[in-house]
Write a protein that binds this ligand. Structure first.
Ligand SMILES: Cc1cc2nc3c(=O)[nH]c(=O)nc-3n(C[C@H](O)[C@H](O)[C@H](O)COP(=O)(O)OP(=O)(O)OC[C@H]3O[C@@H](n4cnc5c(N)ncnc54)[C@H](O)[C@@H]3O)c2cc1C
Ligand code: SF4
Length: 599
């Protein structure tokens, strides 16, 4: 108890099987078990214990290559990800193009908690416009739900996981009710300069929103709001909240947080869910299909026990896929039967269609006013303190592209790594020896970086399907990706470049390299921002979507999706807070239907 073996999992029939333990799976299992449902979680990756495994305090000199990124560890040696990245050994995928403009890079994690162990923790609410984009400009699809459907769940998730931020009342950038947000950290000096430069251009900068505890959670008041009428759940979460420490502003969140001061599924969702006694978890359990009973309903899932390579089958009254958007699609497409020859829940032919990422483009600059500062600590919360939400809603007709982007920016001094003073030649003219040391001290911490994160409109050319030939090392057919940006996205990337160059100049700084005016060159390849959503979109019509508004598949009534796969659009806001809010909403619906004996 409660991490069990694959064999043990086959002995009991559960209320719900949840596939995947990341943001979607973690939230689903939390909500279901807190309300008494018996849940089996199947996770393809290995067990991971953040307390004993997180390299929070190690310094670069203790790591190979001083901790620099490699092919196996793209985000550096100490990155929390184990067994994951752009490539997972033995688990390939097929790209139909290697060209930057037609390539989709698929980032996966194979560990308990999935990508939430190292994600950026940027947690922005979608606004009302983001659920009805088609109604606003005729492109893409509307969601069958609106902001008001999700707002109470955004409130709950913010209270539960702990998100800092402020209410700025800007257009399509929702405020949170009192008691939801934690106070934001103070801006760093580089943030203040960026804010000043942005202000000159009429660009707003406001407090960032990230899932980091800047103070202890409100364990006295929040539990009753999270679980009204459920004293057992309230007690579990009140106790658990007191065991989470506040951030001490010193270590990189990407390595994970053993003191539980930021959100990762392994430190926030799974411990209270396990404390209910209702959750069993099997790690190293690679699900390859959803099985169907004679009644046409999901009977359970088939999975491979990676420790023995044996095939297993677990059963439940309902199945929830939260294996990450494209993995859930893969499971659906591989679940073929006489009744569902084209894959499960695919009567619309839309499974795998409309995969989306975020539009990304970066610019860096150097700011003389940040040179030669006295030594000082400004590690902060290891992520954005301020950011710029999209500010040009009123200018939509003039821009030449639809939708918009937000700006994640930052700068300042961090613990030096291999590349801290690399590539200074454009400033120093190529100095050596003593002069180089002086230059390194002068320029250290004087750089600022801007990353645009924009909305991609779903299109017919961006989709995945099962490759007819290639299988992974478990014998499971793999995905083949097709990708294309439209001019809305490439023009947006060019706009990002121009804007960031202008802000750097307004700060009195200089752009590193040059501003790319060709958006097709400025845009990061598909998938590289790692905000993969879509592939099983929700909708109001079973002919054009895979699930209904409850993320219940139209074709199989006890099959649900709670990762990013049902997203009908991908707003500029990073997707994970919305994945969690939606997962809570869907789990509530499953509980209600179980109470009514409809599941
Ligand atoms: C470097 C980086 C930075 C990011 N920064 C942000 C950010 O700041 N803000 C933001 O909103 N998002 C961010 N993201 C994206 C964020 O991590 C994802 O949106 C989020 O984790 C998605 O949750 P999920 O549950 O769908 O998938 P995951 O968190 O990936 O979890 C899926 C789980 O399912 C398991 N699984 C997969 N296939 C199977 C199978 N066949 N059987 C059983 N289990 C399976 C996986 O092993 C994994 O553990 C970032 C991601 C990365 C990598
Ligand atoms: S910065 Fe704060 S939240 Fe992030 S890892 Fe360090 S202590 Fe944890």
């Amino acid at each position: 108890m409660p991490f069990i073996t694959a064999t043990a999992a086959t002995r009991e029939s559960y209320d719900v099987i949840v596939v995947g333990s990341g943001a979607g799976g973690g939230q689903t299992a939390y909500t279901l078990t807190m309300d008494g449902a018996r849940v089996l979680m199947l996770e393809a990756g290995r067990h991971y214990d953040p307390v004993s495994e997180t390299p929070m305090f190690q310094t670069p000199d203790l790591a190979p290559l001083r901790g620099s990124g490699t092919k196996d560890k793209p985000f550096g040696y100490y990155d929390a990800t184990v067994d994951g990245g752009w490539q997972v050994p033995g688990e390939p995928y097929v790209q139909t193009s290697t060209d930057d403009s037609g390539r989709f890079e698929w980032w996966r994690a194979r560990m308990l908690g999935g990508r939430t162990n190292h994600w950026g923790r940027i947690s922005l609410r979608n606004g009302p416009y983001d659920f009805k984009p088609h109604s606003r400009d005729g492109l893409g699809f509307d969601w069958p739900i609106g902001y008001d459907d999700l707002a109470p769940y955004y409130d709950k998730v913010e209270m539960l996981i702990g998100v800092y931020g402020a209410n700025d009342g800007l257009e399509n950038t929702p405020n949170s009710p009192d008691g939801c947000l934690l106070p934001p950290p103070r801006p760093k000096v580089s943030d203040l300069l960026i804010a000043e430069g942005s202000r000159k251009l009429g660009i707003p900068t406001i407090a960032g929103h990230r899932a980091v505890l800047t103070q202890q959670l409100d364990w006295k008041n929040s539990p009753a709001k999270l679980h009204p009428g459920n004293p057992a759940a309230q007690k579990i979460i009140a106790d658990d909240m007191q065991r989470r420490a506040a951030c001490f502003f010193a270590t990189p969140c990407g390595r994970g947080c053993s003191t539980r001061a930021n959100y990762q599924s392994t430190t926030v969702h799974l411990p209270p869910a396990l404390a209910t006694g209702k959750l069993d978890i099997v790690t190293d359990a690679m699900v390859y299909e959803v099985t169907i009973g004679k009644d046409g309903r999901a009977s359970g899932v088939g999975f491979i026990d990676r420790t023995t390579r044996q095939q297993r089958h677990a059963t439940a009254r309902a199945v929830v896929l939260a294996a990450s958007a494209c993995e859930s699609v893969r499971i659906l497409l591989n679940s073929k039967s006489a009744r569902f020859p084209h894959g499960l829940a695919n009567s619309s032919g839309k499974v795998g269609k409309y995969i989306m990422d975020t539009v990304g483009s970066d610019v860096e600059g150097q700011v003389p006013r940040l040179e030669s500062l006295p030594p000082h600590n400004e590690d902060g919360v290891s992520g954005m303190h301020l950011y710029t939400p999209w500010w040009l809603y009123k200018d939509a007709a003039k821009l030449g592209f639809a939708r918009g982007y937000h700006v994640e920016f930052g700068g300042g001094r961090r613990m030096p790594g291999m590349d801290t003073v690399a590539g200074l030649e454009w400033l120093t003219g190529g100095s050596y020896g003593k002069q180089f040391k002086q230059d390194a001290r002068r320029y250290y911490g004087s750089f600022v970086g801007f990353s645009g994160r924009g909305e991609m409109i779903p299109n017919e050319h961006s989709y995945c399907e099962i490759d007819p030939g290639v299988k992974d090392k478990w014998g499971i057919p793999v995905l083949r990706f097709h990708w294309r940006w439209s001019e809305h996205e490439t023009r947006q990337a060019a706009h990002m470049q121009k804007t960031f160059g202008a802000v750097i100049e307004a700060m009195g700084g200089r752009v590193q390299g040059r501003i790319e005016t060709d958006g097709a060159k400025a845009i990061a390849p598909g998938g590289s921002i790692i905000h993969e959503v879509g592939g099983a979109i929700m909708g109001a019509d079973s002919k054009t979507s895979v699930t209904d508004r409850w993320c219940q598949t139209w074709d199989v009534k006890n099959l649900f999706l709670t990762d990013g796969a049902p997203f009908a659009s991908n707003a500029d806001k990073n997707p994970t807070l919305t994945i969690m809010a939606n997962a809570w909403r869907v789990a509530d619906r499953i509980l209600e239907r179980m109470r009514q004996k409809e599941l």
